[in-house]
Design a protein around this ligand. Structure first.
Ligand SMILES: [Zn+2]
Length: 377
């Protein structure tokens, strides 16, 4: 197969020859050639909860549902992702991680797409505000024995655990998880600067969706946002959907961390992609508004999850933080790979042809096609 498109990193129009699922060769074409289609490695989204009414956290998650969700992500340019399970009972979490592990055993394609499970909880703050929509009755202190049972049920596929460092047991848990190669992230927390420092000393490496999952009102300083922003050993993931963080906050976070310590995530809800209307989700009534926002039903201010794709996040962060296209794309491709020590997606001969083709105009990214190992979807 041959493709002609403009490289996201250099802007050069090239002809890409694909063979056996890989990029065989790349030939630069006449630079005067006009070409609107851009090409980049497929996006890697390390925080996604489901799609189209299917949730990874659902007590009746099935392999079919995982396949449908993965196909929807691929249509949005995401070729690799971390299915994210949120706070729940042990039984529900075990069902989720086990079903994902079985799906990866049965399908070589899913095993390539799912680069690790993200366990967001249950070791989060039970306080209203920080816990967000995570049910208080299931928020609990870190428990290594419980986690080890989940990791066994997951065939060792849990790659990220988001927890709050406010518990006395957190540093010991973080030390064990980090030495087992798991990326420990801080999130949904109500912690002091000292607790955050102790967590980072123990090996925590990431702030999950920094700026969200927090108290509605915070003391001006000190507080856990400054503590995480100023901690150079922490990377941050950001939801840049234009709703979860104001543009000024995104810009400030980008300046404080620098692109080399940032990752974009979509944090897509399981209700993303559904038409406007009211839906039941984990016992709550939620509403998809006409503008696509996902809120607690009956009002239009309290967000209940994210509904915009990571491609929209790339376009937004260019505008909000004055980033160029290669840097913004990197936040959704090479950066998550660096964080999780995955082989990076690159536009190089010999690399797997996991590719996204898109239009980029007026600060919008419109995904036109996605290739998984050279196969158009
Ligand atoms: Zn969250």
């Amino acid at each position: 197969m041959k493709l002609v498109a403009r490289r996201f990193d250099t802007g050069r129009v090239c002809e890409f020859s694909l063979s056996d699922g890989r990029i065989e060769s790349i030939r630069p074409l006449d630079s005067a050639q006009d070409e609107h289609l851009w090409i980049a490695p497929g996006f890697v989204d390390i925080q996604v909860n489901g799609y189209g009414g299917q949730e990874f956290s659902s007590a009746d998650l099935t392999i079919d549902a995982i396949e449908r969700i993965a196909a929807a992500y691929a249509a949005g340019g995401v070729t690799r992702f971390c299915p994210t399970l949120t706070t729940n009972s042990y039984e529900a979490l075990e069902h989720g991680v086990r079903t994902i592990a079985v799906a990866c055993r049965q399908s070589a394609q899913l095993a390539r797409q799912i680069v690790g499970i993200h366990l967001e909880g249950p070791y989060l703050s039970p306080e209203d505000g920080p816990r967000g929509a995570h049910p208080a009755e299931h928020c609990r202190p870190p428990d290594w024995e419980e986690f080890a049972r989940l990791q066994a049920a997951a065939d060792g596929r849990i790659a990220i655990v988001t927890l709050s460092p406010e518990y006395a047991k957190a540093p010991a848990f973080i030390r064990l998880a980090s030495s087992a190669g798991i990326c420990v992230a801080l999130g949904h927390l109500s912690a002091t600067g000292q607790q955050i420092r102790a967590a980072v000393d123990a090996g925590a490496r990431l702030s999950t969706h920094l700026g969200n999952g927090a108290h509605r009102l915070l003391r001006r300083h000190p507080n856990y946002l400054w503590d995480q922003l100023a901690e150079d050993r922490l990377w941050a993931s950001l939801i840049v959907d234009g709703q979860h963080l104001p543009p000024e906050v995104v810009k400030t976070f980008v300046r404080a961390k620098g692109p080399e310590r940032l990752v974009l995530v979509s944090d897509l809800s399981g209700l993303a992609g559904l038409p406007p209307g009211r839906y039941q989700s984990s016992g709550c009534e939620l509403e998809v508004l006409a503008d696509g926002r996902l809120v607690i039903a009956g009002q239009d201010q309290l967000l209940a999850g994210a509904s915009r794709t990571i491609a929209e996040g790339v376009a937004n962060i260019i505008e909000f933080a004055d980033l160029n296209l290669p840097t913004a794309i990197g936040l959704a491709t090479s950066q998550p790979c660096r964080l999780l020590e995955l082989p990076p997606g690159r536009l190089q001969p010999g690399d797997t042809a996991d590719l996204v083709l898109f239009d980029f105009s007026r600060r919008r990214i419109e995904v036109r096609a996605t290739l998984l190992a050279g196969q158009a979807l």
